[in-house]
Design a binder for this molecule. Sequence first.
Ligand SMILES: Nc1nc2c(c(=O)[nH]1)N[C@H]1C(S)=C(S)[C@@H](COP(=O)(O)O)O[C@H]1N2
Ligand SMILES: [Mo]
Length: 328
Amino acid sequence: MLIKKPGDIRSSEITDRKVYLSRRNFMRGAALAASAAATGLVYRRLLAPEVEVANPTARVAPGSQSAPKNWGLPGEEATSYQQVTTYNNFYEFGTDKYSPARRAQVMVTRPWTVAVDGLVNRPKVFDVDELTRLFTPEDRIYRFRCVEGWSMVIPWLGFPLGELLKLAEPRGNAKYVAFETANDPKRNIPELSEYQSGLEWPYVEGLRLDEALHPLATLAVGIYGEPLLPQNGAPVRLVVPWKYGFKSIKSVVRVTLVERMPPTSWNLANSEEYGFFSNVNPEVPHPRWSQATEQRIGEWGRRPTPAFNGYADEVAGLYDGMDLKYYF
Ligand SMILES: Nc1nc2c(c(=O)[nH]1)N[C@H]1C(S)=C(S)[C@@H](COP(=O)(O)O)O[C@H]1N2
Ligand SMILES: [Mo]
């Protein structure tokens, strides 16, 4: 069992970035002085200064489900803030790992809206700051596994995607959720050609509706208690920790409920190599990379990759009866 149950992690363990950075042993460190809701305070100060919430726990988001709070990883050290924010994949800003941290700084991330539309009873365009008032961001410490064979442990701040979807009231014929990244030159997102990037814009991704409603599927707005930096997909990006990293689409502007499996960027680029599901699966090698092991950024050597990136207990049931070698 690799996920902590609610209550096992004190919110005081998730305080600010300086505390994280000074802690060698991330999850097992001595308890800090109790400063309940420290993250919430830091978060509100930085992202939504106009909101004053006396008692965050009293706020119940519409459509909220009983998602466990503060899920984390016992015994796995978080990747440093430095690494998480400088070693990135964000092809809109270049195809090497270090360009996004430099080049994405010009991206205009406010004002920013996220449209929720398609097969829903209540379509709506949300301002991103409205989203974080409706759905209080929580600490979510997840493994993150790129199909290229590297991995991190990232302390996200976010809220369950499912809460937003339920608020929109999906219709009975909605079976999938399609996501789209901003593609607006006014936001200073460069027009890297398909030849340069291998991808067509906008970057698009998708989930089956039941995957999207799973409480592990997160819309992240922060890392290490601070707002997302542009290179990590500011101001809001998807995080699906049991799937390869490319499913976790950045800088989302549209979430559309649809009936048929939507196109996804890497599958469009190469359907032999990148399937729609792309669950982390050490038994299905990529045509060019074994998926049995991974390089945890900041560690020496390689470690074995667990099925579903270690979240099998939580999500394997979504795929009962499916041959995951065929539906890769
Ligand atoms: N819009 C967009 N989203 C994206 C990508 C991208 O190029 N463009 N790269 C994906 C890939 S391959 C990975 S591994 C993760 C990297 O997220 P990180 O840089 O925050 O670690 O973002 C994913 N989301
Ligand atoms: Mo990736």
